[in-house]
Design a protein around this ligand. Structure first.
Ligand SMILES: Nc1nc2c(c(=O)[nH]1)N[C@@H](CN(C=O)c1ccc(C(=O)N[C@@H](CCC(=O)O)C(=O)O)cc1)CN2
Length: 297
């Protein structure tokens, strides 16, 4: 039987609608307008698209968008000076530095210069530590989006076997912590994992975040499992064009899984919706206001 398709585009629109309601209430009741600053260094074409979309959706939700575009040859010192300025700007509640940064910059140093309370990406070491110890943190947007979709589709996940394929700081590791927080039994598989197919075959929940097009085959999936595909890989479509595919062989996996996210239209749109949600959360925390329900964990 064919799997249920988890529609990230529709779900993310719902989250953005909730964000817009909360923003309207913050304006009406407290005169507070959440503000998000996005910094782009260089002109990576994919990053340009993501940053434009972030700015547009921030404004659509009723928030203030501050876009900072810097040339690729900007020095790390100049970028750190901008981050410091944003840290002290009271109109800015969230700061995001678009990744990847040019090679001459130390991304860790830049991320760790952001005020952790404004770190809406959840990449600062303080937020990583808070999440890892089960404390209130800013949660990275892509894993947060995956968790929201899983909660919506499965409800209680306690005791389920989950496998996260990929161990990146941005997705794999925070995702594993979030699933532990849901009381799943969690494995992290990676390039050195022995018999990865067997590890994946045990899982009720599969999160694929390796950046290898179509790596996870239908035969690896436990019948009925929920599959969340984080991969966004642009491949040659054979006719001089390109197309986006995930890390999961979608056509094979949909015949075995109980539910699956597509690429495009699955996890990707949730990333930006969760960025907006994190900005509202940060604005509420900064002003000592209660956090809106359902926009974070
Ligand atoms: N500072 C950050 N940098 C990057 C992050 C991040 O979370 N913080 N994530 C990615 C890029 N990203 C957001 O920045 C992002 C990626 C993909 C999508 C998305 O909606 N994808 C669509 C397809 C879009 C297309 O056609 O190319 C989908 O999957 O349906 C949104 C945001 C790296 N950098």
């Amino acid at each position: 039987m064919s799997a249920t398709i988890i529609d990230g585009k529709a779900f993310s629109a719902k989250i953005r609608g909730r964000v817009a309601e909360e923003v309207a209430a913050l304006k009406r009741d407290h005169g507070l307008v959440p503000g998000l600053a996005v910094v782009l260094v260089g002109a990576d074409p994919a990053s340009e698209v993501y940053v434009r979309s972030k700015g547009r959706k921030t404004v659509e939700a009723g928030m203030e968008s501050f876009e900072h575009r810097l040339p690729a040859e900007t020095t790390e010192a100049d970028l750190l000076a901008l981050v410091e300025k944003l840290n002290t700007d009271p109109a800015v509640h969230g700061i995001l530095v678009q990744l990847p940064l040019p090679k001459h910059m130390n991304a860790d140093a830049v991320i760790n210069a952001i005020d952790p309370a404004k770190d809406v990406d959840g990449f600062h070491i303080s937020n990583v530590g808070l999440l890892g110890t089960g404390q209130k943190a800013m949660v990275p947007c892509t894993p947060l989006g995956c968790l929201m979709m899983l909660r919506d589709h499965l409800g209680d996940m306690s005791g389920k076997e989950a496998v996260v394929i990929g161990r990146s700081n941005i997705v794999g590791k925070p995702m594993a912590h979030l699933l532990l927080g849901e009381s799943c039994t969690v494995s992290i598989a990676h390039s050195r994992t022995k018999d990865i197919e067997e590890v994946v075959r045990r899982a009720d929940i599969v999160i694929a975040a390796v950046g290898r097009p179509g790596m996870v085959k239908g035969a690896w999936i436990k019948p009925g499992a929920t599959v969340i595909d984080v991969g966004i890989n642009r491949i040659d479509a054979g006719d001089g064009k390109t197309r986006l595919v995930g890390d999961v062989d979608f056509d094979e996996a949909r015949e075995v899984a109980g539910a699956i996210t597509p690429v495009p239209g699955g996890v990707g749109p949730m990333t930006i919706a969760c960025l907006l949600a994190n900005t509202v959360t940060a604005a509420c925390r900064a002003n000592g206001l209660p956090e809106p329900e359902g926009l974070t964990v």
